[in-house]
Design a protein around this ligand. Structure first.
Ligand SMILES: Cc1ncc(COP(=O)(O)O)c(C=O)c1O
Length: 357
């Protein structure tokens, strides 16, 4: 198998041990003589995977006892709708920090009164809005903690006078989080916690049951709480790989340990972006994401964009083209990204600069 450095924004690089375990589980799931995709989701062997996975989430993220942890199909995008369905009665507020935040807001608008409380659309979402006031009469305030496309991140747990809901798709498990500050945390698994096909939801049940609308059974969080995320057939394979991904995270020291690595790797790359005369970062420095690193050619060097992409490709770099809506480059350094990949990208940028001196 050829060696590549995978900077994809999600689906993305996963721990080797999780992939090995997935292969093993596809052949023989925990000694059952069946593949993990052949066993009944009602079997005791599968029930053990569900319990274990919830326990891993709980321990790694220090999730308080009163919260429920759900694994659902439909990705993070389906959660945009779930959140509004389950919480929006009178009014909801959203922090519009990018395309994903906007998509979440659209779903809420479709169901009732929802608006952006602040937005960074004026500067192509290159910063996190500050100095806004969260109205106290909102049912909830929705944030996207990491803006995958623009490389900005809210790196702290904000004080919020109303129920705080966070899409943490692309920075979950990269830093310690005070879960008690949130009513709901959700996201698609396909960055730091597993493959695509499953969304995680951490919900404090007391925020549910306060809306007057009919909630379709499958869109009601209470259905999935009551069913232990198995009201219907869960995405078994995705949950199985999530389980192995979280075991890997636990084995290397959990979130405190990975946070140090993430910060170190991120600094290596930003230092190079800032030093290198060929490139310039696009996100406001204080709001820079430690997961997604966005940069473009420096002014006057724009003509070299395609050349750099090809040069990097020749060095084994995968997935550094920026999102189609913003262009330029984006290197995503998720939890499983090895430091060798960051070193290789930094060398590649340095060599490209030397070639054009
Ligand atoms: C922050 C954020 N929210 C939501 C999504 C949508 O996720 P999904 O494809 O699971 O619906 C993405 C996808 O990259 C994302 O980065």
């Amino acid at each position: 198998m050829k060696t590549v450095y995978n900077f994809n924004a999600g689906p993305c690089v996963l721990p080797k041990s999780a992939i090995e375990a997935a292969i093993e589980g596809l052949k023989d799931f925990r000694g059952t003589g069946m593949s993990v995709i052949e066993v009944s989701h009602r079997s005791k062997e599968w029930a053990a995977v569900m319990d274990e996975t919830r326990e891993l989430w709980k321990n790694l993220l220090h999730i308080p006892d009163e919260y429920e942890i759900l694994f659902l199909g439909g990705g993070a995008s389906m959660q945009f709708l779930y959140v509004a369905m389950n919480l929006l009665e009178k009014k909801a507020g959203y922090l519009e920090t990018g395309v994903w935040a906007k998509k979440a807001l659209k779903e809420a608008k479709g169901l009732g009164n929802a608006a952006a409380i602040a937005s960074s659309a004026d500067k192509t979402y290159t910063y996190i809005p500050k100095g806004y006031t969260i109205p106290k009469d909102l049912d909830y305030f929705h944030i996207t903690t990491n803006n995958t496309i623009y490389g900005t991140e809210i790196k702290y747990d904000m004080d919020c006078p109303v129920n705080l809901v966070a899409d943490m798709s692309s920075d979950i498990m990269s830093r310690p989080v005070d879960v008690s500050k949130y009513a709901i945390i959700y996201g698609g698994a396909q960055k730091n916690v597993g493959p695509a096909g499953v969304a995680f939801v951490i919900v404090r049940p007391d925020v549910l049951g306060h809306v007057s609308r009919y909630i379709p059974t499958m869109l009601d969080y209470r259905t999935h709480i009551a069913g232990g995320s198995m009201f219907n057939t869960p995405p078994v394979f995705s949950i199985y790989v999530m389980n192995e991904t979280l075991k890997w995270l636990e084995s290397i020291g959990g979130i405190d340990a990975i946070h140090k690595t993430d910060v170190m790797e991120s600094k290596m790359l930003y230092d190079e972006i800032d030093r290198n005369t060929m490139f310039v970062g696009t996100a406001n420095k204080e709001d820079r994401s430690i997961m997604n690193h966005c940069f473009v050619m420096a002014p006057g060097k724009e003509e070299f964009e395609e050349e750099f992409l090809n040069f990097a490709k020749g060095r084994g770099m995968v997935g550094i083209k920026g999102h189609r809506s913003v262009g330029g480059f984006r290197a995503s350094l998720y939890n499983a990204c090895p430091v060798e990949a960051v070193e290789a990208l930094v060398r590649c940028m340095q060599d490209f600069e030397k070639m054009h001196k």
